[in-house]
Design a protein around this ligand. Structure first.
Ligand SMILES: Cc1cc2nc3c(=O)[nH]c(=O)nc-3n(C[C@H](O)[C@H](O)[C@H](O)COP(=O)(O)OP(=O)(O)OC[C@H]3O[C@@H](n4cnc5c(N)ncnc54)[C@H](O)[C@@H]3O)c2cc1C
Length: 432
C-alpha cells in the first residue's frame, strides 16, 4: 500500500531544467507552497538539501492554525490524529506560579477546535509527499547554492544554481523563486537581506523522553521553571505528548531577556527535566536522543518579503509568532498566499504583481506582530513576568483571553468580547 509518506523513486534532475517556479527548501513552508502551486497546474521544482525522513529541531506542536492548513491540503486523517505519527489534543494546560489551568482550544467558526502534535520527521515528509502527489517535482539531496540572475545588474531573478549530495551541479531556470530555506538558509544572504535588530528572536532546546504520560490529552506550557533543588531557571518550557510513546520537552528564551546571551540551553533543559522527573518521568534514562537547539526568528525579522522575483516564506522571512514561538502555521499560511500571488503573476506576467505578497502578509499579520514585539519586550523583564504569573494566572476569564491573543485565534466576525478585544488591538497596532 502506498501511504502518504511512501518515498517515490527519485528522478534525476537534468543539469539545466526549466520550471514555472522553483521552491528552495521542503520544510512545511516550501512543501506547502509547492503543493498549492502544483494543484493549480504550475510546473514546480522543489529542491531539498536533505533526504526524508529528516529531523528538524522543533516542539512538534500543531496548533489549530496548522490543523486548518493540513485540512486545506486534504490531510484529513493526519489532521484528526487517525494516521500513524499524528496525535490530537484538546487544549493547553498552563503551569505558572502555584496555578495549573486547563484551557481548551477555543470553539470558533474560522478555526478547528483542536490541535495536534507530530514529529517533524513524520510531519515534514507528509507535506513533501503531498506536494509530489499534487504534481510538484521534489529533488532530495539537492541544495540550492545561490540565485541566478537575468543580467549582470541582478535586478531580476532567473532561477537558482544547485549542488547535489553526490557532487553534481546544475541550474533550475524559472521566473519566480520561493525561498523557504529556513532560518539558516543561504537565499536571504545572497539577496543581502539582513536580520532586523528591532525584531525579537528566541533560541530553544528540545529533547524526547519516553513517558507513560505521552498519551496526555493536553499540551503543557510552563511559565516558570525550577530545577530539582527548587531553584528558578531562565526561560519558558513545554511538554508536548506524541503518538509514539515519547514527549517533546523543551525550553526557550527570548532575545529580550537578560539571560539570552551566554545561557547553556542544553544544561538548562536537563536541569529542568530532572527537576520535574517525579511528575513526568523525564529522567536521563528516559532521554531518547541527544538534546538539540535551534533559532526561532520572529515578527518578520527579515524583510522585504519579496524582492527581484524572490519570495521569502516561513523562517527565511522570520515569520514566527513572537507571542508563542509558533512558526509552522505561519510558514504554511504564507505559502498559500505566495502560491496565490505567484499563480496570478505567472498569468499577468507583471513582476510588480509579486509585491502583493509582501503587502498582503503585512496587512494580515503585521499589526499582530507589532503587538508581539511589545509583548516580547515586556515578558523579557522578570518582574513583569512575575506579576503576570502571580496575579493574572488564577483568573480564568483573563487566561482565556490571553490564550486567544497568544495563539492568534479569533473569528473575523467576532464571536464574543474576547474576539473584539484581540481583533481591535491588532487592527490598531501599526503593521510591522
Ligand atoms: C526548538 C524549537 C521549537 C519549535 N517549536 C515549534 C512548535 O512547537 N510549533 C511550531 O509551529 N513551530 C515551532 N518552532 C518553529 C518552527 O520549527 C519553524 O517556524 C518552522 O519549521 C518553519 O518552517 P519553514 O518551512 O519556514 O523552515 P524549515 O522547517 O526550517 O525548513 C527549511 C527547509 O529548507 C531546507 N534547506 C535549507 N537550505 C537549503 C538549500 N540551500 N537548498 C535546499 N533546501 C534547503 C532545510 O533542509 C529544510 O528542510 C520551533 C522552533 C524551534 C527551533
Amino acid at each position: 500500500m502506498v501511504t502518504s509518506t511512501t518515498p517515490r523513486q527519485s528522478e534525476s534532475l537534468p543539469t539545466i531544467e526549466y520550471a514555472d517556479v522553483v521552491v528552495v527548501g521542503a520544510g512545511p513552508g516550501g512543501a506547502a507552497a509547492a503543493a498549492h502551486l502544483a494543484a493549480r497546474g504550475r510546473e514546480v521544482v522543489l529542491l531539498e538539501k536533505d533526504r526524508f525522513p529528516r529531523d528538524k529541531v522543533c516542539g512538534d506542536g500543531l496548533t489549530p492554525r496548522v490543523i486548518r492548513e493540513m485540512l486545506d491540503l486534504g490531510l484529513e486523517d493526519e489532521a484528526h490524529g487517525r494516521a500513524d505519527g499524528f496525535a490530537v489534543q484538546k487544549g493547553l494546560r498552563i503551569h505558572g506560579g502555584k496555578t495549573v489551568m486547563e484551557l481548551p482550544w477555543p470553539e470558533l467558526d474560522d478555526w478547528p477546535g483542536w490541535g495536534g502534535t507530530s514529529t517533524r520527521k513524520v510531519f515534514d515528509e507528509t507535506i513533501a509527499r503531498t506536494a509530489q502527489r499534487k504534481g510538484a517535482r521534489l529533488f532530495e539531496g539537492h541544495g540550492a547554492t545561490r540565485p541566478i540572475w537575468r543580467d549582470s545588474s541582478e535586478t531580476r531573478v532567473a532561477g537558482v544554481a544547485w549542488k547535489s549530495d553526490d557532487g553534481r551541479e546544475g541550474e533550475v531556470r524559472a521566473p519566480v523563486v520561493i525561498a523557504a530555506d529556513g532560518a539558516g538558509g543561504p537565499m536571504g544572504k545572497h539577496l543581502g537581506v539582513k536580520r532586523r535588530e528591532d525584531r525579537p528572536m528566541a533560541v530553544a532546546a528540545r529533547a524526547y523522553y519516553r513517558s507513560p504520560r505521552a498519551d496526555d490529552p493536553w499540551i503543557s506550557s510552563f511559565l516558570d521553571l525550577t530545577d530539582a533543588g527548587g531553584n528558578l531557571l531562565s526561560g519558558y518550557g513545554w511538554v508536548f505528548p506524541l503518538d509514539d510513546g515519547t514527549m517533546n520537552v523543551g525550553l526557550g528564551l527570548l532575545s529580550t531577556s537578560r539571560e539570552f546571551q551566554g545561557s547553556n540551553y542544553r544544561k538548562l533543559l536537563s536541569s529542568w527535566a530532572t527537576g520535574m522527573a517525579p511528575e513526568w518521568d523525564t529522567t536521563p534514562d528516559n532521554l531518547v536522543e541527544p538534546i538539540r537547539t535551534g533559532p526561532i526568528p520572529m515578527g518578520f525579522n527579515r524583510t522585504p518579503l519579496h524582492q527581484r522575483g524572490v519570495l521569502l516564506v516561513g523562517d527565511s522571512g522570520g515569520m514566527v509568532n513572537p507571542f508563542n514561538g509558533e512558526g509552522i502555521s505561519y510558514a504554511m499560511e504564507a505559502a498559500q498566499l505566495a502560491a496565490d500571488v505567484v499563480d496570478h503573476t505567472l498569468t499577468t506576467k507583471r513582476t510588480s504583481d509579486l509585491d502583493r505578497y509582501d503587502q498582503e502578509l503585512r496587512r494580515r499579520i503585521g499589526g499582530y506582530y507589532t503587538l508581539g514585539k511589545v509583548f516580547a519586550d515586556l515578558v523579557g523583564n522578570p518582574t513583569v513576568m512575575h506579576v503576570c504569573t502571580q496575579y493574572g494566572m488564577p483568573y480564568r476569564p483573563l487566561m482565556l483571553l490571553v490564550l486567544k491573543l497568544m495563539a492568534h485565534l479569533t473569528d473575523a466576525k467576532p464571536a464574543d468580547t474576547k474576539d473584539v478585544i484581540v481583533n481591535t488591538l491588532q487592527r490598531l497596532a501599526p503593521a510591522a
